[in-house]
Design a protein around this ligand. Sequence first.
Ligand SMILES: Nc1ncnc2c1ncn2[C@@H]1O[C@H](COP(=O)(O)OP(=O)(O)OP(=O)(O)O)[C@@H](O)[C@H]1O
Length: 334
Amino acid sequence: MIEIKNLSKVYTSRGRSVTALDGVDLSVAPGTVYGVVGRSGAGKSTLIRCVNLLERPTSGTVRVAGKELTALSSKALRAERRRIGMVFQHFNLLSSRTARENVELPLEIGPGGGRLTRRERRARALELLDVVGLTDRADAHPAQLSGGQKQRVGIARALAADPHVLLSDEATSALDPETTRSVLRLLKEVNERLGVTVLLITHEMEVVKAVCDSAALMADGRIAESGTIADLLTREHSELARELFQLGDAPTRTTLPDTTVLDVTFHGDDTAQPLISQLSRTYAIDVTILGAAIETVNGQTVGRMRIGLPGRFDDNVVQIGFLRERGLNVEVPS
Ligand SMILES: Nc1ncnc2c1ncn2[C@@H]1O[C@H](COP(=O)(O)OP(=O)(O)OP(=O)(O)O)[C@@H](O)[C@H]1O
């Protein structure tokens, strides 16, 4: 649904240039939720603004729903942009308008907006406020709404023109944890019920865990790592997987002499626990569990376990093979 190829963006101001994006490739499959994470300054906001060309990339191409946006005339681009909804961190609602009137806005001003009558626009806005659970707040002004309610209005407005893609720029980072969860549930619902593809940027791993099918890690304007969550989990030395399933203070060494410490990652129906017991029985060894993080990611059980096997690494090659053959990802923690 979104295909980004070799995208670069260099900002130049007062004779100095900053490379915000440096050859980014990204592919978001239709109907999925894709999260881009990274530290402040990594280039996430620039990337998302380049997807609907709010920001013109310096080079590279952006294709959304089969149309190469970077090759369109400004008129054609305006039409395509209507099918790309955007949700902002600070909601960007007009304070003088009610919730319903804010949702109506894109239906009034976009090309073809004039095709809907006042009555139709109103009906559509009320329908969308119902989707986001705010029917009873239709006549409230933004100042009378909570942060979560304002973001719901923001989402309803983004859906007004029936988009195939929703871009979310840190949509929950101004919200408390409980409200964050409910807004994320709504985004997921929009994705599942309406089939809208969602590309979101966030600095919170919790957001990725809650709703994303795939994720990319950005650093210094580049994609350092990307893939489906399931894929990342089984990838060796994945920084994203490590960040998603932190083992807290689990020791990387043990006080036991001659012990090989391993991180075992599993997902879906592979429950690591029975396999660890099997390993222990098969090779008649004592396995020490040093730490574990088991969580639900986007409805799936996934997790990571740090274990200790007696003996040096070389003595455990067969045991490690046993776990890998059964689909577990095994690596030595750094
Ligand atoms: N309009 C601009 N003019 C000049 N430099 C910019 C502009 N916008 C962003 N940058 C620079 O580009 C780099 C990437 O910024 P960007 O905002 O995309 O990162 P980010 O990952 O979204 O960070 P944050 O989470 O803090 O917003 C930074 O070095 C930033 O200072």
